[in-house]
Design a protein around this ligand. Structure first.
Ligand code: AMP
Length: 325
């Protein structure tokens, strides 16, 4: 089970941190993937844009290879049971713990005028999303690790207080290590909302991709054999590793180690490899976005599948709590 907020265009971080795993998992597991529209309300977006944003996230997931016939691909607000489970879990969530969440503290810093209770209890709603399907594996990027800890805490509190209903969920990634795709300017992670020029979006046009990659920071190059790489150079290699062929990577590694690397060439190569990676996805996104009846149908079918699972869980939850009179 996993979700993505409809708060903007999806980017390379979303792809490699989350969606790539979704696409593989659909072959191996019963999967529930949702557009987290309720979560997006915590930051007070212009809700007139919600519909278009929800459609975009759906189209972007499908363009990346997610098959709505193989998984339940749905919209969070269509599965009302989420709100009920969120309420029960809130009774097991202590405000002191929630106030220490890194993402909450970040949001408080960014928006001191909008410190609402929904923002504080974000990990509780996220736990409800996961536990609603009694999910074990949650494909997310590294930034979500702490939220998964909350989910396990609530599982243990619930199971201890009312009887065992939920398994413990864990962050999942096929490559063992959780992924963090860095921003192109080397300051933190790629994100939907921060510096747009430092983020490669799946909807970016070829020329925009080239421009963004060519602007990344480099220097004169190493002068001592086999020297360690500064962070911003490490980032470029990291991005290359995601999309370029192994032999291409190996060539630039060798050039770096023997001090003959030409960063201009490396960035040109990276830009072309990024274009080759992103362009087919972008073209598919645009085609799917034009088919609104298809997207509506996906959401409706997804909600039906998700609610079957949600209803079964809520029956167990109500019985365990004792709300079955
Ligand atoms: P969000 O964009 O915050 O709704 O996140 C959706 C999913 O993408 C979550 O699983 C995040 O962990 C993942 N994600 C977002 N940004 C990155 C990034 N820069 N690197 C890796 N994963 C990311």
């Amino acid at each position: 089970m996993s979700g993505i907020r409809p708060t903007g265009f999806l980017h390379l971080g979303n792809y490699f941190g989350a969606i790539r795993n979704y696409v593989k998992m659909q072959e191996d597991f019963d999967c529930y993937f949702m557009v987290a529209d309720l979560h997006s309300l915590t930051t007070h977006p212009d809700t007139k844009q919600l519909k278009a944003n929800v459609h975009r996230v759906l189209a972007e997931n499908i363009a990346c290879g997610l098959d709505p016939d193989k998984v339940a691909l749905y919209c969070q607000s269509h599965v009302y049971e989420t709100a009920e489970l969120y309420l029960y879990l809130n009774m097991l969530a202590y405000t002191g713990e929630l106030e220490k969440t890194v993402t909450f503290k970040d949001k408080v810093r960014q928006n001191p005028d909008n410190i609402n209770a929904g923002l504080l209890t974000y990990p509780v709603l996220m736990s409800a999303d996961i536990l609603l399907h009694r999910a074990r594996y949650v494909p997310v990027g590294k930034d979500q690790e702490q939220h998964l800890e909350f989910a396990r805490t609530y599982v243990n509190r619930f199971n201890h207080r009312y009887g065992v209903v939920f398994p413990e969920p864990y962050a999942f990634n096929y490559n063992q290590e959780l992924v963090k795709v860095p921003s192109l300017d080397g300051s933190g992670k790629m994100s939907k909302s921060e510096n747009q020029m430092a983020t490669l979006f799946l909807a970016d046009e070829d020329e925009v991709i080239r421009k963004k990659v060519m602007k990344t920071k480099t220097d004169q190059g190493p002068t001592i054999l086999n020297s360690p790489k500064p962070d911003y150079i490490e980032n470029i290699f990291g991005l290359m590793k995601l999309v370029s062929a192994e032999e291409v990577m190996a060539k630039f590694e060798t050039d770096y180690d023997n001090c003959t690397i030409r960063y201009g060439d490396m960035k040109k190569q990276l830009a072309e490899d990024m274009v080759n990676f992103i362009a087919p996805i972008r073209n598919k996104i645009n085609a799917i976005l034009n088919d609104e009846p298809f997207l509506k149908d996906v959401m409706e079918k997804g909600a039906v599948k998700a609610r079957i699972s949600a209803k079964a869980t809520m029956k167990l939850v109500r019985e365990a709590i004792g709300l079955n009179y």
